[in-house]
Design a protein around this ligand. Structure first.
Ligand SMILES: *Cc1c(COP(=O)(O)O)cnc(C)c1O
Length: 394
């Protein structure tokens, strides 16, 4: 079996599993307890907070542990919106290809009277900083732009966007769920005010993540209850999950440059191999993308059938689109970069990592070629294209 859907989730690392099991067995006390068992759990929690902070160049007091990326996104955005509204600022700037944790939160705020400007994403899968600056207004309460896209892997000019926001004194949040532990991030150098992360995208457990909030930026508590996380997020902390997240993050960053060099070489070979298929196109910039992300559109086929046939060949991949979750709409990300409906339906996302071998890459290339040719063999759309009744787009 070849697992090529690391953007959806990753396998926990052995070290992260070991940390988790050890904490579950030995440090299972409630960190709010004043007795020894509670205090040792508290020590584990605070050590993890220090490690997570170190990983992004932050101070431990700037880290709030959450249940994952979605919660961190919700808290950052809703908080900035409410605090902005209290000062008469009810405008938010974001992009059309954000994760649904961001887009659906913005939709909810729109219903509550906020105005949202979603920036266009260009064909290369990148937002333009000058266009972002033009969208800013006196009543802009927040700018939120993802660090790297979860479908096409493109890495945004975060540092430049952050600098523009600073110059205009507007808080800047980034959903860095796909980027953290895969590229170097330093919140100070990258001009980031708030950042969301999730452990299961970097070999940690599911259901745990964090929100970085720069000192001086106010944050509202969205979950009422106890005084955990300095009153910024109630609920008994997932100590074992948090400790495992810190282990996974530290481990990922240890040899990141070396790992990325290997992964990028394999990714480039994968792109080169798939490109040989006629009438296909790479989605997103070939260079400014995550080391392990490959995303293609193929003309004349359905992404869903492609995935099922690849699964038969032992390859776990994704279309990177909503099709897989039972919706008939093509991916909002592919539409945002200008792919038309028909083409966007025939997409394939392969997200590899350091465990994907050179042999795996060659097997994936061979299999994708076979499956695309097979599906086109009985596709009515492909027949019309070949017969000249329809125009090729790709
Ligand atoms: C996975 C993902 C999320 C959601 O994170 P969860 O921990 O699963 O809630 C948010 N944003 C991006 C870009 C993601 O890839």
């Amino acid at each position: 079996m070849i697992y090529a859907d690391n953007a959806a989730t990753t396998k926990m690392s052995e070290a992260a599993v070991n940390t988790m099991v050890a904490v579950l067995n030995e440090n299972w006390g409630n960190p709010s307890g004043l007795y020894t068992l509670g205090q040792t759990a508290k020590e584990v929690l605070e050590k993890a907070r220090q490690d997570v902070a170190d990983a992004i160049g932050a101070d431990p007091r700037e880290i709030i542990f959450t249940s994952g990326g979605s919660e961190a996104d919700n808290q950052a955005i809703i908080s900035a919106a409410r605090l902005g509204a209290a000062n008469g600022k009810k405008h938010i700037v974001s992009t059309a290809f954000e994760h649904h944790a961001v887009l659906h939160t913005l939709k909810k705020l729109e219903k509550e009277g906020f105005e949202v400007t979603l920036l266009d994403v260009h064909e290369d899968g990148l937002v333009r900083v000058d266009e972002l600056e033009k969208a800013l207004r006196d009543d802009t309460a927040l700018v939120t732009v993802m660090f790297a896209n979860n479908e096409i892997g493109t890495i945004q000019p975060i540092k430049e966007i952050g600098a523009v926001c600073r110059a205009h004194k507007i808080p800047f949040h980034t959903d860095a769920v796909q980027a953290i532990a895969h590229v170097h991030i330093n919140v100070a150098e990258d001009n980031i005010d708030m950042l969301s992360a999730s452990a299961h995208k970097f070999h940690g457990p599911k259901g745990v993540g964090f929100l970085y909030v720069k000192k001086g930026i106010r944050i509202l508590n969205l979950i009422e209850g106890g005084a955990q996380e300095k009153g910024r997020r109630a609920g008994t902390e997932n100590v074992a999950g948090i400790a495992a997240m810190a282990t996974a993050l530290t481990e990922s960053l240890k040899d990141l440059d070396k790992t990325n060099e290997i992964v990028k070489k394999r990714r480039d070979r994968l792109m080169e191999g798939i490109r040989e298929i006629p009438h296909c196109a790479l989605n997103g910039d070939a260079v400014k993308r995550l080391p392990g992300n490959v995303n293609f559109c193929f003309e004349g086929i359905e992404g869903e059938s492609l995935l099922l046939l690849l699964d038969d060949k032992g390859i776990q991949a994704s279309s990177g689109s909503a099709c897989t979750s039972g919706s008939l709409d093509p991916s909002h990300v592919l539409l945002a970069i200008g792919r038309v409906h028909d083409v966007a339906h025939g997409s394939l996302r392969l997200t590899i990592n350091e465990d994907t071998s050179d042999e795996d890459i060659e097997y994936i290339i061979k299999s994708v070629k076979e499956v695309v040719e097979y599906l086109r063999g009985f596709s009515p759309i492909w027949r019309d294209l070949v017969a000249g009744k329809k125009q090729f787009i790709l």
